[in-house]
Design a protein around this ligand. Structure first.
Ligand SMILES: Cc1cc2nc3c(=O)[nH]c(=O)nc-3n(C[C@H](O)[C@H](O)[C@H](O)COP(=O)(O)OP(=O)(O)OC[C@H]3O[C@@H](n4cnc5c(N)ncnc54)[C@H](O)[C@@H]3O)c2cc1C
Length: 367
């Protein structure tokens, strides 16, 4: 039997879940389908730093979504906690950035986007063994605890009446009159008013496989990231620290994440001894007291890599009721709330707060 759906979202990571929230808040009926269970892929594996790494070295399109999202996180987090009792642990612990050869560029960026900054004091730099270059302290930068944010969002959406279809693969997408007319899984057929694809690193393959006659040049590729978790105590490290391309993130309960690797390894989520050693060495050299605590977890996730890390957000150029929200690379959490709002605005034909052009599905291919 064919079931009729208003909005179907493929992919229940942070991108799909936040899009579901926006559209549900606008009064739409939303269903989310995932090949496994919600929030177990990249969104679970990430560090939850709510700042792109050195945003002043990246495209303004990333900063625009990130800074708009930063403003939404405290309210979103409170709303989720109040509704579900599950705390996403939004925590404005601040971030120390050890090496800033482009200090002036960093300051200009902070001033432009209204982000508070200070030269880092010796009190802040003292605990670490680093070769400092104009260390910078960003006191308001926050983090969220990925697994809890996702759990809370999932519970919130269930309460709000969003339907979930777990552990289900899509077999076929049928098109008629330039519209997605039917979505077929192993055991059901669905007609949809709107289809959204937010399948993270799998988005390009999914689109190419299911819609070969409607090609899009989406360049989303998996980029593996490995993380190490230390079972430390709450006083070990009071704030986040970024040194070169690697960082430490202290959770409220004292656990400390050390991340991360950036590897081209296809869809292989395996963890490696090499990465474990390298992350352990980085972490314990930067903060020697970490040697006193055991490593309690080591994992890998697949970031949805995209050209310049700019996500694809928008409507399909040829299929009127198909949209995409994917390709957030290293910044899916920090760009998540504003990305979801932009997508919802485009689907609902509301004015957008952010210019959608840089995220277009048909933007020129970039290296
Ligand atoms: C080690 C690491 C550290 C990171 N640190 C940060 C950070 O500090 N801050 C930050 O902002 N970002 C960080 N990121 C990046 C961030 O995690 C990602 O950008 C973000 O999670 C992408 O979310 P997503 O929902 O698009 O993808 P995902 O979370 O991967 O979700 C995609 C979903 O689609 C589903 N799916 C895939 N194929 C199909 C299919 N065929 N049918 C149905 N469902 C399907 C998957 O099962 C999955 O649930 C980090 C990532 C990693 C790996």
């Amino acid at each position: 039997m064919t079931k009729h759906l208003d909005i179907l979202i493929i992919g229940a990571g942070i991108s799909g879940l936040l899009a579901a929230r926006e559209l549900r808040l606008a009064g739409r009926e939303v269903t989310i389908l995932d090949k496994s269970k919600p929030g177990l892929e990249s969104s679970w594996a990430g560090g939850g730093i709510l700042l792109p790494i050195y945003p002043w070295r990246q495209a303004p399109a990333i900063s625009d979504l990130a800074v708009a999202s930063l403003k939404k996180y405290p309210g979103l987090s409170q709303e989720l906690l109040a509704a579900t009792g599950i705390d996403p642990e939004w925590y404005d612990c601040g971030m120390l950035i050890c090496k800033n050869p482009d200090y002036q560029q960093a300051i200009d960026w902070c001033q432009h986007y209204g982000i508070e900054y200070r030269p880092a004091s010796t009190e802040l730099t003292e605990p670490f063994t680093s070769t400092y270059q104009q260390p910078l302290w960003l006191p308001e930068i926050a983090q969220a605890r990925n697994p809890r944010l996702l759990k809370s969002l999932y519970a919130y959406l269930q309460q709000a009446g969003v339907q979930f279809i777990d552990n289900t693969d899509i077999r076929k997408i049928a098109v008629a009159n330039r519209q997605v007319s039917q979505v077929e899984t192993v055991d059901r057929k669905y007609t949809v008013k709107q289809l959204i694809v937010s399948a993270g690193a799998w988005t390009t393959d999914l689109m190419n496989y299911l819609l070969p006659d409607w090609p899009l040049d989406l360049q989303i590729r998996p980029v593996r990231g490995q993380m190490l978790l230390f079972d430390a105590t709450p006083t070990t490290l009071p704030y986040m620290v970024l040194d070169g391309d690697q960082y430490l993130i202290p959770r409220r309960d004292g656990k400390i994440l050390a991340g991360s690797t950036v590897e081209q390894a296809g869809f292989d989520k395996i963890t490696t001894d090499n990465a474990k050693q390298q992350l352990y060495q980085f972490a314990t050299e930067l903060l020697p007291s970490l040697k006193n605590y055991p490593v309690c977890h080591h994992w890998a996730g697949l970031r949805p890599g995209s050209p310049q890390g700019i996500p694809y957000i928008g409507r399909h150029p040829d299929l009127e009721n198909l949209s995409i929200n994917a390709g957030h690379f290293r910044n899916g959490l920090v760009m998540g709330p504003a990305s979801a709002q932009l997508l919802a605005d485009l689907i609902l034909e509301r004015p957008t707060e952010i210019d959608p052009a840089p995220y277009s599905l048909t933007r020129p291919a970039q290296p």
